[in-house]
Every structure is written in structure tokens, then in C-alpha cells.
Design a protein around this ligand. Structure first.
Ligand code: FES
Length: 680
């Protein structure tokens, strides 16, 4: 039996005997304990911090004496003086084994540290990005055994980090020589190795130890908005989140109008490609600026997007996606250098990964939702609805997962709504209408007070009240329905019919006045009949898509609903149900999940195994094409009523009693309204 001291690591519980004098980092590596190091044990990166514990540990069968580790050394002292080490911490590469010892590896010293999402159903992301930093000491050139600098760097990486093969492009090669000499043969390299790569690519090189971090972007490229999360590739922390409108809107608000723009205008697809790439370049600059980092430190970007955006981003003509059988140029994931896509404001050698598409109408954004929400691992039947210009819908459990996409249009994002706007300070995001007085009160982004509370005016003094955002319009329509201002068919009643002077005539229809500061030069915010129609079309498309999947699954109800989307977390589940956006379910089983597609992108950015996983999962998902399914139209028409023409919504009825007015007399009717809209 060995007399070598026993080293026990927590929390992993891994243990082994090591000769006196073995550095803790070496012991950790031999046991496969997850202990980080960028400098390779040279005492300069501080990534290897550990906490030794002393005393009796009956659980581990050891007694740890005060001298179980070597004494605090000069390297640790220097680090402590310069940067400060937390009390009780040691550097794992400096402290050596002297006796039996119990070593705790704190979370921040673990390579595969877990980052817990803030969302309600928190899912931990294990950090294992494709791009990592390595500090190496490279042999100096020697006239007697001539080798290139790159070859000596490769040898150093092999010897010091067991990295077999590397490759470097010309732009990196031109930096290599001056950087090696500037760093006095000590450099840090950022190596990218994707889950399918056999060779690591040098993305960047810095003289000495690089301590300014490494970043990646997770981008949810939607038809209406582009949302980006700047993520620290070491810690997984989101440093900044930013978004902007997709400039392609000027070529068409929805996907099909963009496809027809490409069909009708020679070169139109390239024009749209240019526009979106320019916007992403601007977004990279502004998000880096917001986080106070150099954009050249952004070395990776993961995109999730619907098929049309996918093609337009890659510079592929989307024409085939506009007609059956909706063939994609490729449904596989795509990995390529960012500069091939003219993304020039991040690191010039940054790599891009685009998640796989599920089908011609069901894109990488839906794959990202599947990665984030994991319907295939759910015991109960879960319906996941990712609300956007195109809704991604997934239905499934451990036996089977179905997916479709439904063209909801941009109404839920505040577009095509008369007073609609993006979710920005000044936008109405919550609204309540008193069922008796029919008077509204609301909340505006930028203030946590309701409009009838003291201090509201002061809070909004700088932003003003500028419009209604997506979650605001959903609440407004649902509240109008609950207050009896709107009938089941979606008609707004007149002042006489509703007893509210806020119902004002507008042509042959009526609008509901929420706020009027026009006398003081401010805004006048109303919900018009046209707004209601736009919301009805959007919610019917959403509901019909969900019903189609339920038909395919052979079920009439689902156990659970997850409402996701860029603003999914802000949608009130009750109001969504009153509107009939989603099939009826017990309200406590309807949950908001925030931007699931964006989260999926972030998971794929932080963990390369997740990329392999989603590529496998996508192949097992059954795709349902809404566009060619005749039942879609049937479901769509029935879903036009609020909440629904034929479905009684029994769970909703338990919590809300909806009034039953009918305003279909004298004013606008379904038919005349439709005729008028067609004319318009
Ligand atoms: S490994 Fe870098 S300081 Fe210990």
C-alpha cells in the first residue's frame, strides 16, 4: 500500500495518492478534476485557485494537518500583492502536496463551470466553448536547427497543452513574428476548435499573458428585430444585450414579402443581404462599446434565425423558400469565418456558427428553442410557442416532438399597430381597464408606477408616453374584451353601446382612447379597429399552428404551455389566454420563458457539445408544414373570435367571465370590414 499522501477534491469527490511535492494542479489533472489554467502552471493567470480545508474529515477518512500543503510562496505573494487572493485561497499550480489534504475547487476555478440562467425554469449551461485561451512559452529560433516560428509555436502547444495540430491563416501569420518577439517568446493564443474539427485554428495571438478576456455573440436574427447578447466565453456571463430593428423591413415586413422582393427585383436578395450584414456590423460595434470591450475580442458568433433570414444572412437566394416544396440550400448547421459574411467589425478571424434548420419553414430559431426548452425531455406534453413575426411552435414530450412555424406577422412586436412601437422607454407595456368605469390605467417602460399613482408624471418626464409595445397591445386588446368594449368577433363598440366616451368614432368603426396629450403637444394613443384586426390575424395564426400540431399528435389539450419570444417574458399569460393566442390550459401551467431562441443561441455559443446535441435532435423532430395543410385555414378562421369561436376555453372560464356584448349592428361588420381592408 502506498504511503503517499491522499488528496481529496471536492465537490467532485475525486481522490488519489500523490508523492510529496506534487503540485495540486498536476494532481487535479491526473485525476481528471476540473481545475482551470490558462498559463499552464506558471503562476500568472490565477485561474487555478483552490481552497484547502484543514482538520478532521471522517467522511473522507482523513485528517488534514496545517502543513498539508507547501508554504505560501513568492509567486503567490506577488499575485496577492498585485491582485489580491481571497482569504484561504491558494494557487493550485504553486501549492504542493505535503500530507493528506482536502481541496475544494471553487466554481470560478472550474473549466466547465456552470452558468445558471435567470429564467424561471433555470437551466444550467456548462461552459465548454469552441474558443479558448492558452498561454505558451515558445522556443527561440536557432540557426543550427532552423524551424519556423509557427512550427515552434505548434510544438510548444503540443508539449505544454497536448494540442496536436493547429492551423493559422495568412493574416495571423503576419502577426506571429512581431508578437512572439514582443512577448519575449511568451504568448497567449486563442484557439478555436469546433465539435467537428480535428485541427485547432489560431484566432488571435497576444504578447505575454492576455488578461482582457474573450467574448462571443449570440444573435437572434428575427424578421423584425435583431437581438444580440455579448457573452464572456470564460464565465458565460452576459456582458451586454442590445438589439435593433432589422433594416430589411424596408423591403417587406414579413418573410414572404421579402422573398417576393427577391423574386421581382434582380439583385434584390443581395441588397437585403448587404443591409442585414451592415446592421450586424453596427450592432457589434455598439454592443462592444456598451460593454466597454474591444470588438476585436469578439471571436465567435452564433446565429439563430428563420430559414429566409438564414439564407439572406448567408447571401443565398431565398426564392426556393417561397414555393413548395420549400427547399433549403442546406438544412445542416453552418460553420464559417465571419469575414466570409462581411462581418468585419469583430475579430478578423472570428468564427460563425449557425444552428441547423428543421425544414423549409422551420428554422434555426426553432432549433434554438428546442435546445433551450428541451421538449423531448419533458414527461408531460408541452406546447412551446416562440412569439415573433414568425412564431416557432413545438409540441412534444419524451415520445415525440413536432414543430411548425406560423406566419403571425409583426403585430405582436408592435409593428402594423397604429400607436405601436418597439419596447423602449416611453412605451406602454401594461394596461388595465376598469370593467365598470371603462377607464384605463397603464404602466410605461422606464417607470414602475401605474399612470394613476403619485410620482408617475415625474418618472416619465423625460421619456414621455410614446406608444404601445407588443406586450402592451396584447394586454390592451384582452382588457378591452374583459371590460366589454370589444365583442367576441373583435368589434369595438360605440360610446352608446359601451357607455364609455373613450370609444370614439373613426370612419365607420370605433377606436378606444388610452391617452391623449395632444393638446399639450404630446401623443394621442388609441387602439383602432385596424389594430384589433391585426392582432386577431396574428393570434389566429399562432393558435392555428398550435392546433395543427395537436391534431397531428392526436390530442385535444396540452399539459403545459411555455410562452417564449424576445418579449415572451413580458407577456401576461392571462391576457394571452383571454385573447386566445394559445390553446386553453390551466393558468398555473402557462409559463413565460423569455427569449428561448436567444437562450438556445447562447447555449450553443458556450458549449460545443450542445451544438452536436441539437444537430442530432433536429433530425428527430417531425416537421409540419402549415402552408400546405388545409386544416390550418379552418383552425385559423375559428380562432378569429376572441378568445375562440368553437373552443369553449373551460380553464379560462374558471378565472374570467367574459361579457357577451354584440356590436355588430349598424357599424362595421366582418364582411364590410374585410371588403374595406381589401380595398385599402
Ligand atoms: S495555472 Fe495559472 S496561476 Fe496557476
Amino acid at each position: 500500500m502506498t504511503t503517499d499522501p491522499l488528496v481529496v477534491f471536492t465537490p467532485s469527490g475525486k481522490r488519489g495518492h500523490f508523492p510529496v511535492g506534487t503540485p495540486i494542479l498536476t494532481a487535479a489533472r491526473q485525476l481528471g478534476v476540473d481545475l482551470d489554467s490558462v498559463c499552464g502552471g506558471r503562476g500568472i493567470c490565477s485561474k487555478c485557485q483552490i481552497t484547502p480545508s484543514y482538520g478532521e474529515f471522517p467522511k473522507h477518512g482523513v485528517t488534514v494537518r496545517e502543513d498539508a500543503l507547501s508554504e505560501w510562496n513568492a509567486v503567490e505573494q506577488r499575485y496577492d500583492d498585485k491582485r489580491g487572493l481571497k482569504p484561504g485561497r491558494r494557487l493550485g499550480c504553486q501549492a504542493t502536496v505535503q500530507g493528506d489534504v482536502v481541496i475544494d475547487v471553487p466554481p470560478e476555478s472550474q473549466v466547465h463551470r456552470q452558468v445558471v440562467r435567470k429564467a424561471a425554469a433555470a437551466r444550467a449551461i456548462t461552459m465548454d466553448p469552441a474558443t479558448r485561451l492558452y498561454f505558451v512559452v515558445v522556443e527561440e529560433p536557432d540557426m543550427h536547427s532552423p524551424t519556423g516560428d509557427l512550427e515552434r509555436l505548434e510544438r510548444a502547444l503540443r508539449e505544454q497543452w497536448q494540442i496536436d495540430a493547429i492551423t493559422a491563416d495568412l493574416s495571423l501569420l503576419s502577426k506571429l513574428q512581431p508578437t512572439l518577439r514582443k512577448g519575449k517568446w511568451e504568448v497567449t493564443v486563442a484557439l478555436h476548435k469546433g465539435h467537428k474539427d480535428s485541427v485547432a485554428r489560431i484566432v488571435e495571438i497576444w504578447p505575454g499573458l492576455h488578461e482582457n478576456g474573450l467574448y462571443g455573440l449570440a444573435i437572434d436574427l428575427g424578421s423584425t428585430t435583431i437581438a444580440a447578447h455579448l457573452t464572456d466565453l470564460d464565465t458565460g456571463e452576459v456582458k451586454a444585450s442590445s438589439g435593433l430593428m432589422n433594416p430589411q423591413i424596408r423591403f417587406g415586413e414579413d418573410l414572404m414579402s421579402r422573398v417576393s422582393y427577391a423574386m421581382m427585383n434582380p439583385g434584390g436578395d443581395q441588397e437585403m443581404t448587404r443591409a442585414v450584414r451592415e446592421a450586424i456590423n453596427d450592432l457589434v460595434t455598439s454592443i462592444a462599446d456598451e460593454a466597454g470591450i474591444d470588438p476585436a475580442l469578439i471571436v465567435e458568433t452564433v446565429f439563430v434565425c428563420n430559414p429566409v433570414m438564414h439564407h439572406l444572412l448567408l447571401g443565398l437566394d431565398p426564392v426556393e423558400l417561397g414555393q413548395a416544396p420549400f427547399a433549403l440550400a442546406t438544412s445542416e448547421s453552418v460553420t464559417l469565418p465571419a469575414r466570409e459574411m462581411d462581418l468585419t467589425t469583430m475579430n478578423p478571424r472570428a468564427q460563425v456558427y449557425i444552428l441547423p434548420c428543421i425544414a423549409g419553414h422551420v428554422g434555426a430559431d426553432c432549433a434554438a428553442v428546442a435546445l433551450s426548452e428541451e421538449p423531448g425531455k419533458s414527461q408531460d406534453l408541452v406546447l412551446i410557442v416562440d412569439v415573433g413575426t414568425n412564431a416557432e411552435i413545438l409540441l412534444g414530450n419524451t415520445t415525440r416532438v413536432l414543430a411548425c412555424s406560423s406566419p403571425t406577422g409583426p403585430a405582436f412586436e408592435g409593428a402594423q399597430i397604429s400607436s405601436g412601437q418597439r419596447a423602449a422607454p416611453g412605451a406602454i407595456e401594461r394596461i388595465q381597464i376598469d370593467p365598470v368605469t371603462k377607464e384605463p390605467r397603464f404602466r410605461v417602460i422606464g417607470s414602475d408606477k401605474w399612470s394613476d399613482e403619485d410620482g408617475f408624471e415625474a418618472d416619465i418626464a423625460t421619456t414621455g408616453i410614446t406608444g404601445i409595445c407588443g406586450s402592451g397591445i396584447i394586454e390592451a386588446v384582452a382588457e378591452m374584451r374583459m371590460a366589454g368594449l370589444l365583442d367576441e368577433s373583435g368589434l369595438i363598440g360605440s360610446a352608446e353601446q359601451t357607455g364609455s366616451s373613450r370609444c370614439i368614432p373613426e370612419g365607420r368603426t370605433h377606436s378606444y382612447l388610452i391617452h391623449d396629450a395632444s393638446a399639450e403637444g404630446g401623443s394621442r394613443i388609441t387602439v383602432t379597429q385596424g389594430d384589433i384586426r391585426a392582432i386577431q390575424l396574428a393570434k389566429s395564426a399562432l393558435y392555428a399552428g398550435a392546433r395543427l400540431l395537436m391534431d397531428e399528435m392526436g390530442v385535444d389539450k396540452v399539459d403545459r404551455v411555455v410562452l417564449a419570444g424576445a418579449f415572451g417574458a413580458h407577456i401576461s399569460t392571462k391576457h394571452a389566454m383571454v385573447l386566445g393566442m394559445i390553446p386553453d390550459a390551466p393558468l398555473d401551467k402557462v409559463q413565460s420563458a423569455g427569449n428561448a431562441a436567444g437562450t438556445g443561441a447562447r447555449i450553443a455559443l458556450c458549449n460545443i457539445a450542445a451544438r452536436a446535441e441539437i444537430e442530432r435532435v433536429v433530425r428527430e423532430i417531425t416537421k409540419v408544414e402549415t402552408a400546405i395543410e388545409p386544416k390550418f385555414q379552418e383552425h385559423f378562421v375559428a380562432a378569429n373570435a376572441i378568445p375562440h369561436k368553437t373552443d369553449p376555453f373551460p380553464e379560462l372560464a374558471k378565472i374570467v367571465t367574459l361579457p357577451t356584448p354584440s356590436f355588430n349592428t349598424g357599424g362595421d361588420t366582418e364582411k364590410t370590414g374585410r371588403r374595406r381592408r381589401r380595398k385599402a
